[in-house]
Ligand binder design. Structure first.
Ligand code: ADP
Ligand code: ASP
Ligand code: MG
Length: 439
């Protein structure tokens, strides 16, 4: 069985949904199709939640109304029979009735996550109704019945696998299954999600759960490019990446993949293919165990980074000191991305400032603490064997005009990370593009 995930833009227009229907029916493979919400919907739902959080019911109501109109127009163009269009409208109305009820009840985080789940619930139901209209038999699998996170808010792959397999055993005559990306239930049984962009993660988890033959991520670009196409003009798709390289790129900002979406596929050794819905014949990117060359493959950048430097001439590098520092981050469930040390100081970066003040207060026990917000990690990914000379040189030659705050090399052979301020990101990515890829 294959897993095919279609992102927001791939289902964001009625004609795109028609095209997705063609793509999933062009061969006989059995498949689970994971869909995102229509593009713009999750942003709209986030925004509705924000209005409710500040008790601006009028604003929330008009945002709900605008979204409702968008769906009415979408339905008109999606269906060709009035019978299915009416059925779809009735279904959509129920979701909007729920959104309108949220105006009347007290708002909380659990309700907000329920609101955020509506996008994927609607897109998958619309698509299933469209498949019915064109005579394609498909079965809708409710993700909330098998996608689970545990107490650490991490997906529980064993439980997902157990639940999903039990559902599939009962449906042994269907070959096409449709399910929602992004949404899940948490250990308390509440509706939750896998964070923004989480449908990629769903696809990989579902693929791992059923040991799929392949996971395909269909999006609006022909694979992983060598640099961020939103920032740099000339970029090209990379034909092959190893799991490690793809995981680094996803984690360090390549938006095409959710940061955590590689490990489930990697764990089970399932090939992931990144493909373009708008250009299905393009080769895209194949992500697998194979390592192809010793070169620099791609660049990515992650914004919103905070750098923290702890200076302490007394204790630093005494054994046990780093453990004490890390324990503070562990206590506040705040992951560290980069680390550098010197005789008198240790610098780390984090991308989540939720507990920053508490962390700083505790770190101050160890010495002087300096904080720089609004930093960017520029990540150069490839297969850098130690014997290969000149890679680091090349990177620094490109960046002579860029202020560099931290450098991390040697943590893995796939990643060289540099920290600069957010304002220097665009120039750094452009200069590296020219210097490393002759573009
Ligand atoms: P989807 O809605 O299908 O999940 P996303 O918008 O999440 O799509 O991801 C695709 C987008 O990721 C592309 O349109 C592109 O702008 C952006 N992107 C950022 N970095 C890269 C990269 N290195 N390669 C390809 N796309 C990238
Ligand atoms: N709809 C969700 C989002 O916009 C999940 C996804 O598209 O992957 O973040
Ligand atoms: Mg995405």
């Amino acid at each position: 069985m294959q897993v095919l995930k279609f992102g927001g833009t791939s289902v964001g227009k009625p004609e795109r949904m028609h095209q997705v229907a063609q793509l999933i029916t062009k061969d006989e493979h059995s498949k689970i199709v994971v869909l995102s919400a229509l593009s713009g919907t999750t942003n709209a739902l986030v925004s509705i939640g924000e209005s409710l959080a500040k008790s601006d019911k009028e604003e929330a109501k008009s945002k709900i109304q605008a979204l409702r109109e968008h769906y009415a127009t979408f339905i008109e163009a999606l269906f060709s029979t009035s019978e299915k269009a009416q059925e779809a409208q009735k279904m959509i109305d129920e979701h909007f009735e729920f959104l309108l009820i949220t105006l009347k009840i007290s708002f909380n985080e659990a309700l907000n996550r329920d609101i955020l789940a509506q996008g994927e619930l609607m897109s998958t139901k619309l698509f299933t109704l469209y498949l019915e209209e064109i005579g394609v038999s498909a079965k809708l699998l409710p993700a909330l019945e098998f996608m689970r996170t545990n107490e650490e808010e991490e997906p529980d792959l064993d439980l997902i696998s157990e639940k999903l397999k039990a559902i599939l055993v009962k449906e042994n005559d269907a070959t096409i299954f449709i399910t929602q990306g992004y949404i899940c239930k948490n250990h308390k049984g509440e509706i939750d999600n896998l964070q923004r962009g989480g449908s990629d993660y769903t696809a990989s988890l579902v693929g791992a759960a059923i040991n799929a033959t392949e996971i395909q991520i269909w999006t609006d670009i022909d694979g992983m490019h060598n640099n961020d196409p939103r920032v740099v003009d000339k970029t090209f798709p990379i034909a092959e990446l190893s799991f490690d390289e793809a995981a680094e790129l996803a984690y360090f900002g390549a938006k095409i993949l959710h940061p955590a979406s590689i490990w489930p596929a990697q764990k089970m050794g399932i090939t992931v293919r990144l493909l373009n819905t708008m250009q299905p014949e393009a080769k895209g990117t194949v992500i697998s165990t194979a390592t192809t060359s010793d070169d620099v493959k791609a660049l990515a950048a992650k914004d919103g980074i905070t750098a923290i430097k702890i200076k302490s001439s007394r204790m630093l590098l005494a054994y046990g000191f780093l453990r004490k520092v890390f324990e503070i981050f562990e206590k506040y469930k705040t992951p560290i991305d980069m680390i550098t040390t010197s005789e008198v100081a240790v610098s780390v970066t984090i991308d989540d400032n939720t507990y920053l003040n508490k962390i700083l207060t505790e770190l101050e026990k160890f010495g002087t603490v300096e904080v720089d917000k609004n930093q960017t990690i520029i990540c150069v990914v490839g297969n850098f064997v130690a014997e290969r000379k000149g890679v680091v040189n090349n990177i620094f030659e490109a960046l002579t005009s860029i202020p560099i705050r931290m450098i991390s090399y040697g943590g893995s052979r796939h990643n060289i990370s540099l920290l600069t301020d957010e304002g220097s990101k665009v120039e750094a990515l452009k200069k590296l593009n020219t210097h490393l890829f002759d573009l």
